[in-house]
Write a protein that binds this ligand. Structure first.
Ligand code: XMP
Length: 516
């Protein structure tokens, strides 16, 4: 089935992806394109509506992002948000000026017209504002729909052209009934059908995988994380045993992690998994390496070598592979001017476990259109256990970047056991799913202690816990003192080699989430 599509043109707003997600929550397919996408490229998508995102620029500033005026003559409904309404005004002959007072935060929005965009909404609602410029004169043919105390032209429409502009941000949760406003735009103005959901997505994806792969064979590297597991499960549903999955133990996994991944594939998913225990190979190469980027490079390179060998072994047994499956998500592929999703940024900085581009496989990337929360929803449909779907992110180089200084097997083992205590206690306290990442770090720093009557001289362990929405920024979590106390007691009592536990109270920026 063809789904109706809405396009978000991105002017560099931090909220562009959020707009797209809100549209999709209305069961309408939505894609993001850069503001300067050509009209042809936009029309190729056959959009039933176009949303102009916010952005940090001033429309009159030198080099400010602009859209072509023809966009407003296509006969396709347009909704301009924040910078978007200023763009409409600029492009259609209105006026934009610096506001006397910058407006930031919640303002009561008084709605004057309850048709279409504001249908079914109260006469006043709290709207989230974040702007320095505002529209001071609407283009001809526009009328005001809503105002705030500081911003008379907070929402406006040209009914004949079905072009709407709003100065506030309906996509953020702070705006009351914001999703309803977006829903009104896509359903009542653009007349999109609500057909986009994970049921439909799964069926289409299964069909497309079958079409793409034909009788070919697919190899998929799995890490035990959400993306690769959902990728494997979806492809397996489509082509069954034409798929081979490979899981590499790189020696820097957490306590019992390899066993858990193997058991999950076998018991829950019933997908055959080729388990490669390459611990020795990785740890021999990592032995005594201290420099973080060197650790990453060794792990990255070795992974490629091990994976290629595993692929060859499997090919000998089962026949040639034609395709490589990857758990690429939508934020990684958005061609956009705004800050990309965390995974894209992380990958460009220090990706490990990625495969080289010249690998002689064609790619199967069935999650390319999905946001992370949609991947989780799809994962639920594919019977992937809840705990895995909501697992905290874990970096590719694993414990190697949480063991500060030279890597030794002994110290990795100490860290692994301390980390297990942190995981266990955070879970017991019911905090695991509300925290972005929580873990232990082992430092090479030694301090003096007493245990019983004996002097000890052992390593300092750090507890780290952060709240974040995308890994780009993070706040340290104010863990309850008694929980910190329990973790500290248990680590010192149960893990030989640690005699002092400290708690990291650094946010990002200026710190980073990982210590290396
Ligand atoms: P930082 O430490 O840069 O981490 O604040 C941000 C997020 O990225 C994860 N991270 C990595 N993920 N390979 C990965 O796949 C890496 O080399 C890597 N380094 C950091 C980190 O766990 C956090 O979620």
């Amino acid at each position: 089935m063809n789904h109706d599509t809405v396009i978000v043109l991105d002017f560099g707003a931090q909220y562009s992806q959020l707009i797209a997600r809100r549209v999709r929550e209305c069961k309408v397919y939505c894609e993001i394109l850069p503001f300067n996408a050509s009209l042809d490229k936009i029309l190729e998508k056959q959009p039933k509506g176009i949303i102009l995102s916010g952005g940090p620029a001033s429309v009159y500033a030198k080099g400010a992002p602009h859209v072509s005026k023809e966009l407003f003559e296509l006969g396709i409904p347009v909704l301009g948000i924040c910078y978007g309404i200023q763009m409409i005004s600029y492009g259609m002959g209105g006026k934009v000026q610096k506001a006397a007072k910058r407006e930031f935060g919640l303002s009561p929005l008084k709605i004057k017209d309850h048709r279409s965009l504001f249908a079914g909404l109260p006469s006043t609602l709290q709207a989230w504002m974040s702007h320095g410029d505002h529209v001071t004169k609407l283009p001809a043919g526009f009328k005001v729909l809503a105002s705030t105390a500081n911003c008379h032209l907070a929402a406006a429409v040209n009914e004949q052209k079905r072009i709407y502009g709003i100065q506030f941000h309906p996509e953020v949760v702070h705006t009351e009934k914001g999703t309803k406003i977006i829903e009104n735009f896509v359903r009542k103005v653009c007349l999109c059908r609500p057909t986009w959901n994970m049921d439909a997505y799964e069926k289409t994806a299964v069909h497309q995988i079958r079409e793409q792969v034909g009788n070919g064979r697919v190899i998929c590297g799995v890490s035990g994380g959400v993306d690769s597991t959902v990728t494997a499960a979806l492809i397996h549903r489509a082509i069954g045993n034409q798929l081979s999955c490979v899981f590499v133990n790189n020696g820097v996994l957490r306590l019992n992690e390899a066993e858990q991944v193997v058991a999950m594939f076998k018991k829950n998913l019933k997908i055959p998994l080729h388990y490669v225990n390459a611990e020795k190979q990785f740890l021999d190469l990592l032995h005594n390496v201290s420099e973080p980027e060197k650790k990453r490079k060794i792990i990255g390179r070795t992974f490629i070598r091990v994976f290629e060998k595993a692929a060859k072994d499997q090919q000998r047994k089962k026949g040639k592979f034609d395709f490589l499956a990857q758990g690429t998500l939508y934020p990684d592929v958005i061609e956009s001017v705004s800050v990309k999703g965390p995974s894209a940024v992380i990958k460009s900085h220090h990706n490990v476990g990625g495969l080289p581009k010249d690998l002689k496989f064609k790619l199967v990337e069935p999650l390319r259109e999905l946001f992370k929360d949609e991947v989780r929803e799809l994962g639920e449909r594919l019977h992937i256990p809840y705990d895995l779907l909501w697992r905290q992110p874990f970096p590719g180089p694993g414990l190697a970047v949480r063991l500060i200084g030279p890597i030794t097997r002994l110290e990795l083992d100490i860290l692994r056991r301390a980390d297990a205590v942190v995981q266990e206690e955070i879970k017991k306290a019911g905090l695991y799913h509300s925290i972005w990442q929580s873990f232990a770090v082992l430092t090479p720093l030694k301090s003096v202690g007493v245990m019983g009557d004996e002097r000890t001289y052992e390593n300092v362990c750090v507890i780290r816990a952060v709240h974040s929405t995308d890994g780009m920024t993070a706040d340290w979590v104010k863990l309850p003192y008694d929980l910190l106390g329990r973790m500290s007691n248990r680590i010192i009592n149960e893990v030989r080699g640690i005699n002092r536990v400290v708690f990291d109270i650094t946010s990002k920026p200026p710190g980073t989430i990982e210590w290396e």
